[in-house]
Write a protein that binds this ligand. Structure first.
Ligand code: FBP
Length: 322
């Protein structure tokens, strides 16, 4: 199996971007180890602190964030970072060529039940004419990403990544401690009979989404004339990984549960990187109003509606909004 660096060189990835990617992956190996040992140390449960999203931080959230932040800022490759666990962006090396947005541990509610969690990252080029402490650097649309990926901490630790030349799967080989290429150019089936949504929010959805999901549940007794199965891992990394492996539609729709916050998932370090991976695998990543990677960001913790997955199924879902 091919090692990471030659696989990236095969995709003509710039050497300094390869160095940054290796730096990111060094942090994920450490996080993978800490996650696997968490029950043995005092790393389970929550801290007493809340992040800027108003979420109580898990101890592992904080550990993963500090690990990731320190390794990136020490590397010299990044001009600044922004994280789900940091209120604002954090300045790095003024001459750093890249900026990195990341969710150090996605699926935090799964930590205490030993279920799937992961790290999500998105890399953009750093504007030369802006200071390292200017967080406006991050206001770049998703289609300007030069690399995006996630590491899934499951039975195997898997890296799924794109640099714009297809989406590839890698597996962490614990014997030599490196990621090996497992599958190149993953393609998502255009049709599916599997959907993922938090059904408990159904009464708060907009009518088009209520109708779309009702028709899925009606199965072959309804207008879709085929049965659909439902899955919900409650960690975006896990649900999107399933879609990349065998197709499906994943949605976190607009809801009226909290009028101040109609969306759940974050654009910069959840929706955009997943959108880049999915589009590179022949799938779609949309809101009910358009392509996620065309959204011009207004803030680093901005939230968006998400409808992603198998091309034909996403188009069918969007037809309910017409
Ligand atoms: P964080 O855990 O990083 O805050 O991410 C949010 C998230 O856990 C997603 O991974 C997941 O898709 C969603 O929230 C689950 O939401 P819910 O709690 O409504 O099922």
């Amino acid at each position: 199996m091919q090692r990471l660096a030659p696989a990236l060189r095969q995709d003509n990835v710039a050497l300094d971007l390869i160095s940054l990617i290796k730096t990111i992956l060094a942090a994920t190996k450490e996080i993978s180890f800490r996650v696997s040992q968490a029950h043995l140390g005092d790393l389970m449960g929550s801290t007493l602190d809340e992040n800027i999203q108003g979420e109580v931080q898990k101890k592992l959230d904080v550990v993963a964030n500090e690990l990731f932040k320190d390794i990136l800022l020490e590397s010299g490759f990044v001009k600044a970072i922004s994280s789900e666990e940091e209120d604002t962006s954090v300045a790095g090396n003024d001459d750093g060529k890249y900026i990195v947005s990341f969710d150090p541990l996605d699926g935090s509610s799964n930590i205490d039940i030993n279920s799937l969690i992961g790290t999500i990252f998105s890399i953009h080029e750093a504007p030369k004419d802006m200071a390292a402490d200017d967080s406006d650097m991050f206001k770049q649309a998703g289609h300007k990403q030069v690399c995006a990926g996630y590491v899934l901490y499951g039975p195997a630790t898997m890296l799924v990544m794109t640099t714009g030349s297809g989406t590839h799967f890698y597996v962490l080989d614990r014997t030599h401690g490196g990621y090996l290429l497992a599958e190149r150019n993953v393609q998502v089936p255009v049709d599916t009979q599997e959907f993922a949504v938090n059904m408990s929010n159904q009464r708060f959805w907009q009518t088009p989404m209520k109708n779309y999901i009702s028709d899925l549940i009606a199965g072959d007794t309804g207008p879709r004339n085929k049965n659909f199965n439902m899955r919900w891992i409650a960690a975006m990394v896990g649900d999107i990984h399933r879609v990349l492996c065998r197709g499906g539609i994943f949605t976190y729709p607009t809801d009226s549960k909290n009028a101040e916050q109609p969306y759940k998932l974050r654009l910069m370090y959840e929706a955009n990187p997943m959108a880049f991976l999915l589009e590179q695998a022949g799938a779609l990543a949309m809101t009910s109003k358009g392509r996620i990677m065309d959204i011009e960001p207004s803030s680093i913790h901005q939230r968006v509606e998400v409808i992603m997955g198998s091309k034909n199924e996403v188009e069918t879902c969007l037809s309910y909004y017409k």
